[in-house]
Design a protein around this ligand. Structure first.
Ligand code: 5GP
Length: 190
C-alpha cells in the first residue's frame, strides 16, 4: 500500500536491533485517517471471506483493528497480556515471546468471546518473527474458531515470521513489506 510505504519512509525511524519506530502515526500518536485507508484495504483483501471477528493483541494492534472492524461490521477482541500467574478457567491462553521487550507473556482471551461459530481475522501492527501471531493462532485453534488469515500493517520481510506462516498455509496480507532497513541506507520495500 503506497500510502503506508510513503509514510514509513517519511516518518519511520530505524533503531538498533532491527526495530522500526513509527510512534508518530501508528504506535503512540495514531493517524486515524491513515488507519481508515488501511482498514478499507484490509476489507478489500479479505472481502467475501465471512470474517465475523477480528482478533488482535494489546496494545498496538487495537487502534487499527477497531477502525478496520467498521469495514467488516464485526467486533474486535484483543488478547490481554496477563500479569497474574493464576489463570482463570474460563479463558483461552497461550504464551508469546515479545520481540521488542525480550520477554515471554501469557496472553488470554475470554472463552465467552471466541468459539466455533467464529471466522477470525488476526490483525497486528508488525510481523517480525511471528511469535505474536503464533500465540493468537494457538488461541484460535483452542477455541475451535476458523482462521481466515492475518492482516498486518508492517511486515519486516527480512525476518522469518511471514514466510514461516505462509509455508504453513496461513494467508498473510501485509500492507507494507520491508525488504531491508538501516539507519545509513534507509528503508527498502519488497
Ligand atoms: P513478532 O511476534 O512477529 O516477532 O513481532 C511482532 C510484535 O512485536 C508486534 O506485535 C509488535 O508490537 C512488535 N514489533 C516487532 N518488530 C517491531 C518493530 O520493528 N517496531 C515496532 N514498533 N514493533 C515491533
Amino acid at each position: 500500500m503506497k500510502l503506508l510505504e510513503e509514510r514509513i519512509r517519511r516518518d519511520g525511524i530505524v533503531r538498533d536491533g532491527d526495530v522500526l519506530k513509527v510512534d508518530s502515526f501508528l504506535n503512540h500518536q495514531m493517524d486515524v485517517a491513515l488507519f481508515n485507508e488501511m482498514g478499507r484495504e484490509f476489507e478489500r483483501l479479505f472481502h467475501g471471506c465471512g470474517v465475523n471477528k477480528i482478533l488482535t493483541i494489546e496494545a498496538s494492534g487495537i487502534g487499527v483493528a477497531c477502525v478496520t472492524a467498521q469495514y467488516f461490521g464485526c467486533p474486535v477482541v484483543f488478547a490481554k497480556k496477563s500479569k497474574t500467574k493464576n489463570l482463570a478457567p474460563d479463558v483461552w491462553t497461550s504464551k508469546v515471546y515479545s520481540f521488542t521487550h525480550d520477554r515471554v507473556y501469557d496472553i488470554i482471551v475470554s472463552r465467552a468471546f471466541l468459539g466455533p461459530e467464529d471466522r477470525v481475522l488476526l490483525l497486528d501492527d508488525f510481523l517480525a518473527n511471528g511469535e505474536a501471531l503464533k500465540g493468537l493462532i494457538d488461541i484460535v485453534d483452542q477455541s475451535g474458531a476458523a482462521l481466515v488469515g492475518a492482516a498486518i500493517c508492517v511486515e519486516k520481510a527480512f525476518q522469518p515470521g511471514g514466510d514461516k506462516l505462509r509455508s504453513e498455509g496461513i494467508r498473510v496480507e501485509s500492507l507494507a513489506r520491508i525488504k531491508s532497513m538501516s539507519a545509513e541506507n534507509g528503508i527498502e520495500f519488497c
